[in-house]
Design a protein around this ligand. Structure first.
Ligand SMILES: [Zn+2]
Length: 277
């Protein structure tokens, strides 16, 4: 399917007037909600990497399908990066309540296909999923919620694009930001921290967020502990960062999000429209 011509002056809700927002709601009901973080991303990445990731995924998807995006949330669950200057964190309970209030507001205006687009990978996902599961069950049964993250959107593509294991401040996420925001990555500060996860975590914790992973468990570490075992803030090598890899990764994720928007427009949920409360 070809791209949809734009009908609004911006895909960003904060750039529209209320009348423009109403005109959108008169014809559509999909909204993308970008959620990131402000946290250390090693010596090469700016603190806003995760938010830049979700801003660009949302913006490019929205432009291709003429849908709107809520303003980005620049804060996430980042306490485990708190040992590094500049990291700002919401407690999971706070994040859950912020997300719920944003979704309640969106739903009150008629947005009923709400896609949370997370740029902070596994660290935000438990809170985001918990937030909207309870909302959908108890308050907003007619709103379809989706939680998207490049970690899952790029499950098939990531292993074919990246050259090394990908953990925090790694090759793919920094390549992605360098592709869409050229010059934002300090290319002279790329590095391989050579952290041995097996030695650190007894073989129970995988060192590649895209897998493969061991039969494992989640080991919880604090900001102080991370500062000790990853003193630069990188948890995997960023030496292979390139804008070309970032483009391949970005295009794959946006392509999948575009497919999601197309599908959501017709999806009514397993109960169908009539049986919803
Ligand atoms: Zn990140």
């Amino acid at each position: 399917m070809g791209d949809t011509p734009p009908t609004l002056p911006s895909v960003w809700l904060q750039d529209l007037t209320w009348e423009e927002a109403q005109s959108y709601l008169d014809r559509d009901r999909v909204v993308l909600v970008p959620i990131g973080s402000t946290e250390q991303h090693g010596p090469a990445g700016p603190l806003g990497v995760d938010t830049y990731v979700t801003i660009t995924l949302c913006e490019d998807t929205a432009q291709r399908r003429d849908v709107v995006c809520a303003p980005p949330l620049w804060y996430g669950d980042s306490s485990h990066h708190g040992g590094f200057a500049g990291t700002l964190s919401l407690r999971p309970d706070t994040l859950i309540e912020v997300v719920r209030d944003v979704c309640r507001s969106l739903a009150s205006h008629g947005f009923d296909r709400i896609v949370l687009v997370n740029g902070h990978k596994g660290s935000n996902l438990p809170a985001l999923t918990s937030a909207v599961r309870v909302l959908h069950e108890e308050e907003l049964p007619n709103v379809i919620f989706a939680v998207a993250d490049p970690l899952h959107l790029a499950r098939s593509a990531a292993p074919t694009i990246k050259d090394v294991r990908e953990h925090h401040a790694g090759e793919l996420e920094l390549s992605h930001v360098e592709h869409r925001f050229p010059g934002s990555i300090r290319m002279d500060r790329l590095e391989d921290p050579a952290i041995d996860f097996d030695e650190l975590f007894g073989g129970f914790v995988g060192d590649d967020l895209f897998g493969p992973a061991p039969d494992g468990v989640d080991i919880i570490w604090s900001g102080a502990e991370q500062r000790r075992f990853a003193p630069t803030g990188s948890l995997s090598s960023s030496l292979g960062v390139s804008a070309d890899k970032g483009q391949a990764y970005h295009d794959h994720c946006v392509g999948r999000l575009v497919e999601l928007v197309d599908w959501l427009r017709s999806y009514e949920g397993p109960l169908g429209q009539e049986e919803q409360r």
